[in-house]
Design a protein around this ligand. Sequence first.
Ligand code: 4AD
Ligand code: MG
Length: 463
Amino acid sequence: MTLKRERVSELLKKVPGSEVLAKGWVRTKRGNKNIAFIALNDGSTINNIQVVCELKNFDEEMMKSITTGACIKVTGDLVESLGSGQKVEISAKEIEVYGTADPEKYPLQKKGHSMEFLREIAHLRPRTNTFGAVLRIRHAMAFAIHKFFNDKGFCYLHTPLITASDAEGAGAMFQVTTLDLQNVPKTENGEVDYSADFFGKRTSLTVSGQLEGELGAMSLGNIYTFGPTFRAENSNTPRHLAEFWMVEPEMAFYEIEDNMELAEEFIKYLVKYALDNCADDLKFLNDMFDKELIERLKGVTETEFKRLTYTEGIKILQESGEKFEYPVYWGVDLQSEHERYLVEKHFRRPVILTDYPKDIKAFYMKQNDDGKTVRGMDVLFPKIGEIIGGSEREASYEKLMNRINELHMDTTNLQWYIDTRRFGTAPHSGFGLGFERLLLFVTGMSNIRDVIPFPRTPKSAEF
Ligand code: 4AD
Ligand code: MG
């Protein structure tokens, strides 16, 4: 009977006493002239399985070719391990080398490469403990997002990535075109002739799936969309990517309080899911990078988020006596230093700020009776600042149109959106969670480039 390959995660849980087949990449090899100990990892867990080889049983040249980074296939007996750190190990009987990794050239030799260096070799960094852990947690969080919404009866709506509208009105979009940039067709008055372009109009990559998400909520009730979004902002910070993933639920008949309730429950669920399902990876990150990580995660699942208005927040900041780099006054768009002051110093817990000045928020937010503020909400987190942005939406056709006109917005590509307010309009709300911001919090990594496999940032689109 041929042996079935088992993954390292499974082998480490097995009772000793049977013959096993393992395949994976060599993390380290050490030993003496009689025996070699190989630490083998196949990505299924942060833990390695130890392979013990009595050198007299193996070809010398073959053994020499097994170095850090090489890929091997091992058949042997699973036995109780006498060494510390593991319960079982493989006593090797046969080894086949699938692929060598020249020690002169393979970059992942010594431990403790800098995160900056690892970014330059993003094609190999998933083979490090750190990135293995981060990417497994990333997967677990994506799965938990779908589970959370599925269990609540939300419908996963696939909103388009190519769009002719600008959801946030921010104008920082990547254009999508098949026009020949060396020879752009022009109209009679000298403007680009987009009618000659692929879609017959000017199109871009989406900054948010929300507007189409609202159409979903106005028909299916509760929806969420979860996919990549794109922003051409020239923000070279540890919290911004040009391509990032966003989760956006949108719910009919939810008012702002229901929206806040859901946002808080959602984040707590995700953090708890990580604690319950990613224990080994979190322990590794906690020990290596951030000794307070696990405590901080537990803390968030247990504390109530503090809710207050933007106006109250501004007052606290102004009275704080703190020296901020950016000045604080009513109407200012808060910087992450302000957000973090409220979260980390003042309240010492996550904060939900509501009722922002209308001029710093998007056109679709529900207008308050004061004529100055809108029913927006931002969830602010320790070390991150804004992790969620959302709002109750303006359901009134007249009020929405007034705002659109006030902002001199072009409605040509927005009629479909405006139709939701013309036909069976209803109160509704939603929010967007930045998936990589969540991962920054859950993994304790300090740069957003290190929680996505292949980061896209200004002047950088490698791999
Ligand atoms: O606050 P934002 O811009 O909100 C929206 O896009 C709404 N349409 C969401 C909605 O109501 N459905 O973005 C939402 C979140 C932010 O809170 C932040 O976590 C993340 O997306 N985000 C970014 N993450 C990484 N890199 C960037 N450049 C980001 N911009 C926003
Ligand atoms: Mg925002």
